[in-house]
Design a protein around this ligand. Structure first.
Ligand SMILES: [Zn+2]
Length: 172
């Protein structure tokens, strides 16, 4: 079993910038979107880093460089799916992802289930294998002032036929 951690943060774009708020592949109605090269889906980015970390495949910035015009305004949920296919190619099986989104506004509760479904689709699994939780930062600091959001993600992968599972020191 392999565990990977992912973290991402994005600032909100100034009002009137016509950016959509997209989290976990779901467009969430809000008067401001997040700033970024792609769609700034911090949830998809954190999960991508978590699965790449667990597989030892580097990180999202290395796989999809943000100075590469082909990823400009890319759909991050599609990038997550692309990264996941690399993870599968490397011999890993997805087990579970747990995600915490930290933001003051808007409330994510009405969107959590859809986010879990979208993320699960990108990971070719069922929504029971993806957990999304949301919290505020209790009004403290830059998150509390609504300047941006942060996301933490942990992903677990199994390596059914990986080289490490055949060794005598395997813990699986
Ligand atoms: Zn990001």
């Amino acid at each position: 079993m392999r565990v990977g951690i992912g973290y991402d943060s994005h600032a909100f774009a100034p009002k009137g910038k016509a950016r959509k708020l997209v989290l976990g592949g779901v467009e969430i109605p809000h008067d401001r979107g997040l700033a970024g090269h792609s769609d700034a889906d911090a949830v998809a980015h954190a999960v991508t880093d978590a699965i790449l970390g667990a597989a030892g495949l580097g990180d999202i910035g290395r796989m999809f460089p943000n100075d590469d015009p082909q990823w400009k305004d890319a759909s991050s949920i599609d990038l997550l799916n692309k990264a996941f296919l690399k993870v599968v190619e490397a011999g890993f099986q997805f087990v579970h992802a747990d995600i915490t989104v930290i933001m003051e506004k808007p409330k994510l509760a009405p969107h959590i289930e859809t986010m879990q479904e979208r993320l699960a689709e990108a990971l070719l699994t069922g929504p029971a294998h993806v957990s999304v939780k949301a919290k505020t930062n209790e009004g403290m600091g830059w998150i509390g002032r609504g300047e941006g959001i942060a996301v933490m993600a942990v992903a677990t992968l199994a390596e059914p036929r990986g080289p490490r599972s055949s060794g005598g020191l395997s813990v699986t």
